[in-house]
Design a protein around this ligand. Sequence first.
Ligand SMILES: [Zn+2]
Length: 135
Amino acid sequence: MDPVAFEHHLTSPQGRGRLPAGATTATVDGGACCDRIRFSIAVSEDLVADAGFEARGCGAASAAASAAVALVRGRTVLEAAAVGAGEITAELGGLSPVKLHAAQLAADALARAGRRCGACGGGAVHARRAHAGRA
Ligand SMILES: [Zn+2]
């Protein structure tokens, strides 16, 4: 556990309330505390140019969404959609078991937004093809 990392995302959320121009958004609900996370990503040439979120529910949901924003900026759509709860938890410096649902919810919202990504005309499959040529 790293309380400093968690506090940072809790008190200074990355991208909270931000809705980038042309962003693709996805909303998920869940968790014992009725959390809701709306996650938005804006893509430019297969890279996540910007991201933002709105969160309701427990503080952990907001912190997890903030961590997800920090993790996806500058990544490819494919990489961003593959960011899982484990990586979000690590970015937060660890989560207690009762808060793990927040990381899962943020990962779900992120993956859905990534898959829906309109800018790349079909999400992960398109991104994979585009990058196969560059590797
Ligand atoms: Zn919660």
